[in-house]
Ligand binder design. Structure first.
Ligand SMILES: [Zn+2]
Ligand SMILES: [Zn+2]
Length: 379
Protein backbone atom coordinates (compact mmCIF):
# COMPACT_ATOMS: atom_id res chain seq x y z
CA UNK A 1 0.00 0.00 0.00
CA UNK A 2 1.25 3.41 -0.92
CA UNK A 3 1.18 6.17 1.67
CA UNK A 4 1.53 9.42 -0.17
CA UNK A 5 1.76 12.50 1.93
CA UNK A 6 0.42 15.88 1.01
CA UNK A 7 3.01 18.26 2.36
CA UNK A 8 1.21 21.50 1.76
CA UNK A 9 -1.65 20.48 4.10
CA UNK A 10 0.61 20.49 7.10
CA UNK A 11 1.54 24.11 7.02
CA UNK A 12 -1.92 25.57 6.73
CA UNK A 13 -3.75 26.54 9.89
CA UNK A 14 -7.50 26.00 9.92
CA UNK A 15 -9.34 29.10 8.88
CA UNK A 16 -12.43 29.51 10.99
CA UNK A 17 -15.25 31.85 10.46
CA UNK A 18 -16.37 32.95 13.86
CA UNK A 19 -19.75 34.60 14.05
CA UNK A 20 -21.34 34.40 17.42
CA UNK A 21 -23.60 37.36 17.69
CA UNK A 22 -24.74 40.04 15.30
CA UNK A 23 -27.26 42.83 15.31
CA UNK A 24 -30.28 43.24 13.07
CA UNK A 25 -31.39 46.65 11.84
CA UNK A 26 -34.01 46.81 14.57
CA UNK A 27 -31.25 46.62 17.17
CA UNK A 28 -32.69 43.37 18.59
CA UNK A 29 -30.14 40.83 19.83
CA UNK A 30 -30.23 37.67 17.69
CA UNK A 31 -28.53 34.59 18.96
CA UNK A 32 -26.72 32.39 16.34
CA UNK A 33 -27.35 28.67 16.39
CA UNK A 34 -26.10 25.54 14.58
CA UNK A 35 -28.63 24.64 11.85
CA UNK A 36 -27.55 20.98 11.94
CA UNK A 37 -27.99 20.17 15.64
CA UNK A 38 -29.70 23.30 16.89
CA UNK A 39 -27.10 24.06 19.57
CA UNK A 40 -26.89 27.71 20.60
CA UNK A 41 -24.16 29.81 22.12
CA UNK A 42 -21.55 28.00 20.08
CA UNK A 43 -18.66 29.30 18.04
CA UNK A 44 -19.57 28.51 14.42
CA UNK A 45 -17.27 27.18 11.71
CA UNK A 46 -18.60 27.61 8.17
CA UNK A 47 -21.99 28.10 9.81
CA UNK A 48 -21.83 24.91 11.90
CA UNK A 49 -20.92 24.22 15.47
CA UNK A 50 -17.53 22.65 16.07
CA UNK A 51 -18.70 19.03 16.36
CA UNK A 52 -21.07 19.28 13.34
CA UNK A 53 -18.29 20.92 11.33
CA UNK A 54 -15.97 18.03 12.17
CA UNK A 55 -18.71 15.46 11.41
CA UNK A 56 -19.49 16.97 8.03
CA UNK A 57 -16.01 17.75 6.75
CA UNK A 58 -14.59 16.03 3.67
CA UNK A 59 -10.83 15.81 4.08
CA UNK A 60 -10.31 15.77 0.33
CA UNK A 61 -12.27 16.20 -2.85
CA UNK A 62 -11.55 13.63 -5.55
CA UNK A 63 -13.52 12.63 -8.68
CA UNK A 64 -15.44 9.34 -8.44
CA UNK A 65 -13.85 8.13 -11.68
CA UNK A 66 -10.36 8.95 -12.93
CA UNK A 67 -9.02 8.03 -16.36
CA UNK A 68 -5.34 7.40 -16.94
CA UNK A 69 -3.98 6.81 -20.46
CA UNK A 70 -0.77 4.85 -20.95
CA UNK A 71 1.07 3.47 -23.96
CA UNK A 72 0.70 -0.30 -24.00
CA UNK A 73 4.12 -0.65 -25.68
CA UNK A 74 6.51 1.69 -23.89
CA UNK A 75 4.56 2.52 -20.72
CA UNK A 76 4.66 6.29 -21.23
CA UNK A 77 1.76 8.26 -19.72
CA UNK A 78 -0.45 10.81 -21.47
CA UNK A 79 -0.46 14.04 -19.48
CA UNK A 80 -2.63 16.65 -21.11
CA UNK A 81 -1.54 16.42 -24.75
CA UNK A 82 1.99 15.19 -24.07
CA UNK A 83 3.30 11.69 -23.64
CA UNK A 84 5.71 11.48 -20.73
CA UNK A 85 8.24 8.65 -20.38
CA UNK A 86 7.55 6.46 -17.42
CA UNK A 87 8.88 3.26 -15.97
CA UNK A 88 6.21 3.01 -13.24
CA UNK A 89 4.37 -0.26 -12.59
CA UNK A 90 0.64 -0.17 -13.39
CA UNK A 91 -0.07 -0.10 -9.63
CA UNK A 92 2.08 3.01 -9.19
CA UNK A 93 0.46 4.59 -12.26
CA UNK A 94 -2.96 4.11 -10.59
CA UNK A 95 -1.72 5.64 -7.33
CA UNK A 96 -0.10 8.64 -8.97
CA UNK A 97 -3.20 9.10 -11.17
CA UNK A 98 -5.32 9.34 -8.03
CA UNK A 99 -2.92 11.62 -6.17
CA UNK A 100 -2.85 14.04 -9.10
CA UNK A 101 -6.63 14.40 -8.83
CA UNK A 102 -6.90 14.74 -5.05
CA UNK A 103 -7.53 18.21 -3.67
CA UNK A 104 -7.00 18.55 0.05
CA UNK A 105 -9.44 20.46 2.24
CA UNK A 106 -7.72 23.51 3.66
CA UNK A 107 -8.97 22.65 7.14
CA UNK A 108 -7.29 19.23 7.09
CA UNK A 109 -3.94 19.37 8.85
CA UNK A 110 -1.29 16.63 8.76
CA UNK A 111 -3.25 14.91 6.01
CA UNK A 112 -2.18 11.35 5.35
CA UNK A 113 -3.68 9.32 2.50
CA UNK A 114 -3.34 5.62 1.86
CA UNK A 115 -4.70 3.89 -1.23
CA UNK A 116 -5.68 0.27 -1.57
CA UNK A 117 -6.71 -1.49 -4.77
CA UNK A 118 -9.79 -3.52 -3.84
CA UNK A 119 -10.70 -5.04 -7.16
CA UNK A 120 -9.43 -5.12 -10.73
CA UNK A 121 -11.78 -5.97 -13.55
CA UNK A 122 -10.39 -5.51 -17.03
CA UNK A 123 -8.93 -2.04 -17.13
CA UNK A 124 -10.96 -0.77 -14.16
CA UNK A 125 -9.27 -0.51 -10.78
CA UNK A 126 -11.63 -0.05 -7.82
CA UNK A 127 -9.67 1.66 -5.10
CA UNK A 128 -10.29 2.80 -1.55
CA UNK A 129 -8.75 5.97 -0.17
CA UNK A 130 -8.18 6.11 3.58
CA UNK A 131 -7.43 9.52 4.98
CA UNK A 132 -6.29 10.71 8.37
CA UNK A 133 -5.94 14.33 9.39
CA UNK A 134 -6.37 16.78 12.20
CA UNK A 135 -9.39 19.10 11.97
CA UNK A 136 -9.54 21.87 14.59
CA UNK A 137 -7.01 19.80 16.49
CA UNK A 138 -9.15 16.63 16.46
CA UNK A 139 -8.12 13.45 14.63
CA UNK A 140 -10.52 12.68 11.79
CA UNK A 141 -10.69 9.55 9.61
CA UNK A 142 -12.46 9.20 6.27
CA UNK A 143 -12.75 6.60 3.54
CA UNK A 144 -13.79 7.11 -0.01
CA UNK A 145 -13.99 4.81 -3.06
CA UNK A 146 -12.39 5.88 -6.34
CA UNK A 147 -12.56 4.12 -9.68
CA UNK A 148 -9.54 4.39 -11.99
CA UNK A 149 -9.88 3.41 -15.63
CA UNK A 150 -6.55 2.58 -17.24
CA UNK A 151 -6.77 3.27 -20.97
CA UNK A 152 -4.13 1.40 -22.90
CA UNK A 153 -3.31 3.11 -26.17
CA UNK A 154 -0.29 3.33 -28.45
CA UNK A 155 1.74 6.52 -28.26
CA UNK A 156 2.65 8.23 -31.56
CA UNK A 157 6.31 7.12 -31.34
CA UNK A 158 5.36 3.48 -30.77
CA UNK A 159 2.81 3.58 -33.58
CA UNK A 160 5.55 4.91 -35.87
CA UNK A 161 7.76 2.01 -34.78
CA UNK A 162 4.92 -0.48 -35.28
CA UNK A 163 4.26 0.81 -38.77
CA UNK A 164 7.94 0.50 -39.72
CA UNK A 165 8.34 4.28 -39.94
CA UNK A 166 11.90 5.52 -40.52
CA UNK A 167 13.49 8.92 -41.05
CA UNK A 168 16.87 7.79 -42.30
CA UNK A 169 18.70 4.89 -43.91
CA UNK A 170 22.34 4.21 -43.05
CA UNK A 171 24.08 2.55 -45.98
CA UNK A 172 27.37 0.76 -45.36
CA UNK A 173 29.30 0.52 -48.61
CA UNK A 174 32.98 0.30 -49.53
CA UNK A 175 35.13 2.08 -52.10
CA UNK A 176 36.06 -0.12 -55.10
CA UNK A 177 35.42 -3.28 -53.06
CA UNK A 178 32.70 -4.90 -50.94
CA UNK A 179 32.53 -4.47 -47.15
CA UNK A 180 34.18 -7.52 -45.61
CA UNK A 181 32.15 -9.92 -43.40
CA UNK A 182 34.29 -8.73 -40.47
CA UNK A 183 33.40 -5.08 -41.17
CA UNK A 184 29.70 -5.95 -41.38
CA UNK A 185 29.91 -7.91 -38.12
CA UNK A 186 31.59 -4.95 -36.36
CA UNK A 187 29.00 -2.57 -37.83
CA UNK A 188 26.09 -4.79 -36.66
CA UNK A 189 27.54 -4.97 -33.15
CA UNK A 190 28.10 -1.20 -32.91
CA UNK A 191 24.56 -0.50 -34.15
CA UNK A 192 23.06 -2.95 -31.66
CA UNK A 193 25.02 -1.62 -28.66
CA UNK A 194 24.45 2.03 -29.44
CA UNK A 195 20.75 1.71 -30.29
CA UNK A 196 20.24 -0.13 -27.02
CA UNK A 197 21.96 2.69 -25.12
CA UNK A 198 20.30 5.63 -26.94
CA UNK A 199 16.82 4.06 -26.89
CA UNK A 200 16.74 4.39 -23.09
CA UNK A 201 16.36 8.14 -23.63
CA UNK A 202 14.93 8.32 -27.12
CA UNK A 203 12.04 6.08 -28.23
CA UNK A 204 12.82 6.87 -31.86
CA UNK A 205 16.19 5.13 -31.53
CA UNK A 206 15.21 1.90 -33.21
CA UNK A 207 16.17 -0.02 -36.33
CA UNK A 208 12.96 -0.85 -38.17
CA UNK A 209 14.79 -2.92 -40.76
CA UNK A 210 18.26 -4.30 -41.52
CA UNK A 211 18.76 -5.19 -45.14
CA UNK A 212 21.80 -7.13 -46.34
CA UNK A 213 22.36 -6.51 -50.01
CA UNK A 214 25.20 -7.38 -52.39
CA UNK A 215 26.89 -3.96 -52.02
CA UNK A 216 26.74 -3.89 -48.23
CA UNK A 217 24.12 -3.44 -45.52
CA UNK A 218 21.30 -0.92 -44.91
CA UNK A 219 19.86 0.07 -41.53
CA UNK A 220 16.47 1.83 -41.43
CA UNK A 221 16.49 4.17 -38.43
CA UNK A 222 13.47 5.74 -36.67
CA UNK A 223 15.13 9.11 -36.12
CA UNK A 224 17.43 11.08 -38.42
CA UNK A 225 19.33 12.54 -35.45
CA UNK A 226 20.00 9.07 -34.08
CA UNK A 227 21.05 7.85 -37.54
CA UNK A 228 23.62 10.67 -37.76
CA UNK A 229 25.03 9.74 -34.36
CA UNK A 230 25.21 6.05 -35.29
CA UNK A 231 26.97 6.80 -38.59
CA UNK A 232 29.65 8.91 -36.92
CA UNK A 233 30.21 6.10 -34.38
CA UNK A 234 30.59 3.63 -37.26
CA UNK A 235 33.04 5.97 -39.02
CA UNK A 236 35.15 6.03 -35.86
CA UNK A 237 35.38 2.24 -35.95
CA UNK A 238 35.54 1.50 -39.66
CA UNK A 239 36.83 4.76 -41.18
CA UNK A 240 35.50 6.10 -44.45
CA UNK A 241 33.61 9.08 -45.79
CA UNK A 242 30.00 10.11 -45.10
CA UNK A 243 27.54 11.50 -47.63
CA UNK A 244 23.93 12.50 -46.98
CA UNK A 245 21.23 12.66 -49.60
CA UNK A 246 17.77 13.80 -48.48
CA UNK A 247 14.66 12.99 -50.46
CA UNK A 248 11.39 14.88 -50.13
CA UNK A 249 8.73 12.39 -49.05
CA UNK A 250 5.70 14.69 -48.74
CA UNK A 251 4.29 17.14 -46.28
CA UNK A 252 3.27 16.81 -42.61
CA UNK A 253 -0.51 17.32 -42.49
CA UNK A 254 -0.36 18.78 -38.97
CA UNK A 255 2.63 21.12 -39.19
CA UNK A 256 2.69 21.84 -42.91
CA UNK A 257 6.45 21.14 -42.92
CA UNK A 258 8.15 19.26 -45.73
CA UNK A 259 8.98 15.69 -44.77
CA UNK A 260 12.38 14.38 -45.77
CA UNK A 261 13.92 10.99 -45.55
CA UNK A 262 17.72 10.99 -45.54
CA UNK A 263 20.03 8.36 -46.94
CA UNK A 264 23.37 8.49 -45.12
CA UNK A 265 26.07 6.54 -46.83
CA UNK A 266 29.27 5.51 -45.08
CA UNK A 267 31.75 4.51 -47.76
CA UNK A 268 34.53 2.45 -46.20
CA UNK A 269 38.02 3.15 -47.52
CA UNK A 270 39.54 1.06 -50.26
CA UNK A 271 42.47 0.36 -47.92
CA UNK A 272 42.62 -1.49 -44.63
CA UNK A 273 45.06 -0.94 -41.79
CA UNK A 274 48.50 -2.18 -42.92
CA UNK A 275 47.92 -1.42 -46.62
CA UNK A 276 50.18 0.90 -48.63
CA UNK A 277 49.10 4.17 -50.20
CA UNK A 278 50.52 7.15 -52.02
CA UNK A 279 49.43 10.66 -51.07
CA UNK A 280 50.89 13.84 -52.62
CA UNK A 281 54.05 12.02 -53.73
CA UNK A 282 54.47 10.33 -50.37
CA UNK A 283 54.55 6.53 -50.18
CA UNK A 284 53.32 5.25 -46.85
CA UNK A 285 51.77 2.40 -44.90
CA UNK A 286 48.41 3.01 -43.19
CA UNK A 287 49.23 2.43 -39.54
CA UNK A 288 45.80 3.32 -38.11
CA UNK A 289 42.70 5.47 -38.60
CA UNK A 290 39.75 6.87 -36.63
CA UNK A 291 36.73 9.01 -37.46
CA UNK A 292 38.92 12.09 -38.03
CA UNK A 293 42.19 11.03 -39.56
CA UNK A 294 44.23 8.40 -41.34
CA UNK A 295 47.63 7.80 -39.74
CA UNK A 296 50.54 6.96 -42.02
CA UNK A 297 54.13 5.71 -41.72
CA UNK A 298 56.38 7.01 -44.47
CA UNK A 299 58.07 4.12 -46.32
CA UNK A 300 61.17 6.15 -47.16
CA UNK A 301 61.84 8.07 -43.95
CA UNK A 302 59.87 5.95 -41.39
CA UNK A 303 58.41 9.27 -40.21
CA UNK A 304 54.68 9.57 -39.40
CA UNK A 305 51.99 11.75 -40.92
CA UNK A 306 48.21 12.00 -40.83
CA UNK A 307 45.64 12.84 -43.47
CA UNK A 308 42.07 14.04 -42.97
CA UNK A 309 39.26 11.96 -44.48
CA UNK A 310 38.39 15.07 -46.51
CA UNK A 311 41.49 14.32 -48.60
CA UNK A 312 40.54 10.67 -49.06
CA UNK A 313 40.14 11.16 -52.83
CA UNK A 314 43.84 12.13 -53.13
CA UNK A 315 44.90 8.79 -51.65
CA UNK A 316 45.85 5.94 -53.99
CA UNK A 317 46.27 2.36 -52.83
CA UNK A 318 49.63 1.07 -54.15
CA UNK A 319 49.96 -2.27 -52.32
CA UNK A 320 48.01 -4.45 -49.89
CA UNK A 321 49.24 -5.78 -46.59
CA UNK A 322 49.09 -9.24 -48.16
CA UNK A 323 51.96 -8.12 -50.43
CA UNK A 324 54.37 -7.95 -47.46
CA UNK A 325 57.11 -10.57 -47.77
CA UNK A 326 60.14 -11.74 -45.81
CA UNK A 327 63.71 -11.25 -47.03
CA UNK A 328 66.85 -12.86 -45.54
CA UNK A 329 69.87 -10.71 -44.57
CA UNK A 330 72.95 -12.16 -46.29
CA UNK A 331 75.58 -9.50 -45.60
CA UNK A 332 76.09 -6.43 -43.47
CA UNK A 333 78.69 -3.65 -43.54
CA UNK A 334 78.71 -0.39 -41.56
CA UNK A 335 77.20 1.34 -44.62
CA UNK A 336 74.93 -1.25 -46.19
CA UNK A 337 72.85 -4.32 -45.62
CA UNK A 338 72.38 -7.05 -48.21
CA UNK A 339 69.12 -8.99 -48.51
CA UNK A 340 67.82 -11.60 -50.92
CA UNK A 341 64.92 -10.46 -53.06
CA UNK A 342 61.93 -12.55 -51.82
CA UNK A 343 60.86 -13.56 -55.35
CA UNK A 344 64.05 -13.64 -57.46
CA UNK A 345 66.53 -14.41 -54.63
CA UNK A 346 68.88 -11.86 -56.22
CA UNK A 347 71.15 -10.20 -53.60
CA UNK A 348 70.25 -6.53 -53.17
CA UNK A 349 72.31 -3.93 -51.33
CA UNK A 350 70.31 -1.45 -49.29
CA UNK A 351 71.49 1.58 -47.36
CA UNK A 352 71.75 0.87 -43.66
CA UNK A 353 70.33 3.21 -41.03
CA UNK A 354 70.01 3.39 -37.24
CA UNK A 355 66.99 1.08 -37.16
CA UNK A 356 68.59 -1.61 -39.32
CA UNK A 357 71.80 -1.77 -37.27
CA UNK A 358 70.21 -4.16 -34.73
CA UNK A 359 69.61 -6.91 -37.35
CA UNK A 360 72.18 -9.66 -37.91
CA UNK A 361 73.06 -11.79 -40.90
CA UNK A 362 70.63 -14.71 -41.19
CA UNK A 363 67.66 -12.76 -39.75
CA UNK A 364 64.60 -11.93 -41.83
CA UNK A 365 63.19 -8.49 -42.62
CA UNK A 366 59.66 -7.57 -43.74
CA UNK A 367 59.70 -5.99 -47.19
CA UNK A 368 57.23 -4.81 -49.78
CA UNK A 369 57.84 -4.19 -53.47
CA UNK A 370 56.08 -1.16 -54.94
CA UNK A 371 56.50 -0.12 -58.56
CA UNK A 372 59.78 -2.05 -58.84
CA UNK A 373 61.27 -0.66 -55.63
CA UNK A 374 61.80 -2.82 -52.57
CA UNK A 375 61.05 -1.11 -49.24
CA UNK A 376 62.13 -2.49 -45.88
CA UNK A 377 59.39 -2.12 -43.24
CA UNK A 378 60.96 -0.82 -40.05
CA UNK A 379 59.01 -1.23 -36.85
ZN1 LIG B 1 -24.06 21.38 15.41
ZN1 LIG C 1 4.85 4.17 -26.64
Amino acid sequence: MLKPHLKHCKAKAPRCKTISISFNPLNVLIEMFCPRCGKTNEKLFNGLCRSCFIDEINLVSVPETIEVTICAHCGSILQGRRWIDSSLSSEDIIFSGIMENVKANENAENLDISIKILNISGSTFECLLRMNALVLGEPVQRECPVKVILNRKVCPDCSKFASGYYEAVIQIRADKRLPSPEEIRRSDNAIKENVERISKKNRMAYISQRLKIKEGVDYYVGSFKVAKKLTSTLKNILGGTIKESPRLMGRDKNTGKDLYRVWISLRLPQFQKGDFISYKGLKAQVSDFNGDKIHLRNLESSGTASVSWRDYKKIKVIAKKEDIKSAMITAKTPKSIQILHPDTYQPMDMEIDQELLKYEIGEELKVVEIEGTLYILKT
